[in-house]
Design a protein around this ligand. Structure first.
Ligand code: KG4
Ligand code: ZN
Length: 335
């Protein structure tokens, strides 16, 4: 079975061709970083416009690189939501148009399900497992009982973890997207120079809160400017911030393993490409005896291979999903 995956939920225009479960024939990702970097964050209108300009070319590139034509494709899988509506509409309506013109089935994929199943592109993880999704829009812990069978156990009550990386990078005026930049700066910083707060919330809660941490960074920077408080370098701040975030993520996923009595953890989403987080979660897994499965960085950040993968399993589970004209992009699509 050949699946064409299409992803435009945020600021990556992406298309991929997947054959069967794991044979990825192509994976094209056109990043818009150069468009949004000067604003220190995504400008939704510019994202939508850029998707319109690029989507046809990106799909063609994916088909060409996979050495297939649209007629060879069996199923079209496109991100239906959640995400920026102006971005989602471009990829999803393009997918609808292709499905309508060719008579092929269309699967509307939840972007989060794409992240949850991205690991299956590279390895097969036994069900049930716990998934920690850490991206620019989401931070949650989910119990994955099987394909299409998910239970949300905790989520952020304010900022997503990737969003907090991006906001701290903006405060330090060091570019967008903030995650990879902060990670790089942190390598030259002293993580023990200052202790930022770690919000653990109520006992037994698997929810997250990162807005207080962000405010602490802002306050420290304001004090630094006026010559008060610890005079940390930008690199020290990056290291102390990254350590605080990682401590919370590691503590919560370890607590979730105990609560659910599960010993398998998948970490996914853009922030899961962070080397420090990967190392610390693996160390926690070794210490607390849970296995850790993290996709290669290219499948952690937004891509269409994971959408094709989720579409593949959804089509196998619900092969009758052909009423594509009734499907619409949804900014707040629930998992
Ligand atoms: O999953 P993703 O590509 O898009 C969303 O679905 O949101 O995640 C993007 C987020 C951004 O906030 C970005 O700063 C963050 O992932 N990110 C990282 C790293 N690479 C990307 N955060 C920390 N360290 C990284 N190396
Ligand atoms: Zn994402």
């Amino acid at each position: 079975m050949l699946v064409l995956g299409i992803e435009t939920s945020c600021d990556e225009t992406a298309a991929a061709v997947l054959e069967g479960e794991k044979s990825l024939l192509s994976n094209i990702i056109a990043s818009q970083n150069e468009i949004h970097s000067r604003y220190g964050g995504i400008v939704p209108e510019l994202a939508g416009r850029s998707h319109i300009e690029r989507i046809d070319g990106v799909i063609k590139q994916a088909l060409d690189a996979g050495n297939v034509s649209i007629n060879d494709i069996d199923v079209i899988a496109a991100t239906q939501g959640p995400g920026l509506i102006g971005s989602l509409l471009v990829g999803f309506n393009t997918a609808k148009a292709i499905a309508y013109a060719t008579g092929k089935p269309l699967i509307g994929v939840n972007h989060l399900e794409g992240h949850l199943l991205a690991i299956f592109l590279e390895e097969t993880v036994a069900f049930p497992y716990l998934a920690l999704t850490v991206s620019g829009g989401h931070t949650d812990i989910c119990r994955v009982n099987g394909f299409c069978d998910y239970r949300m156990l905790g989520r952020t009550r304010d900022d997503a973890v990737g969003e907090s990386f991006d906001k701290v990078a903006k405060m330090l005026d060091c570019g967008y997207p903030g995650g990879p930049i902060i990670e790089k700066m942190a390598r030259n910083g002293n993580a023990k120079a200052h202790k930022f707060p770690r919000a653990m919330l109520e006992k037994d809660s698997l929810d997250f809160s990162f807005s207080g941490l962000k405010t602490s960074v802002r306050n420290l920077l304001a004090k630094r400017k006026s010559g008060e408080g610890p005079q940390l370098s930008d690199e020290d701040i990056a290291a102390c911030f990254q350590t605080a975030v990682t401590d919370v993520l590691v503590a919560k996923i370890t607590a979730a393993c105990d609560q659910e009595k599960l010993r398998r953890v998948v970490v996914t989403g853009g922030v899961a490409s962070n080397g420090y987080l990967r190392e610390k979660i693996r160390a926690a897994g070794a210490k607390h005896k849970f296995s850790v499965h993290i996709p290669s960085p290219v499948y952690c950040t937004d891509n269409a291979a994971m959408i094709a993968c989720a579409g593949y399993y959804r089509f196998k589970t619900h092969p009758h999903a052909r009423q594509f004209m009734a499907l619409d992009a949804q900014a707040n699509l629930a998992l």
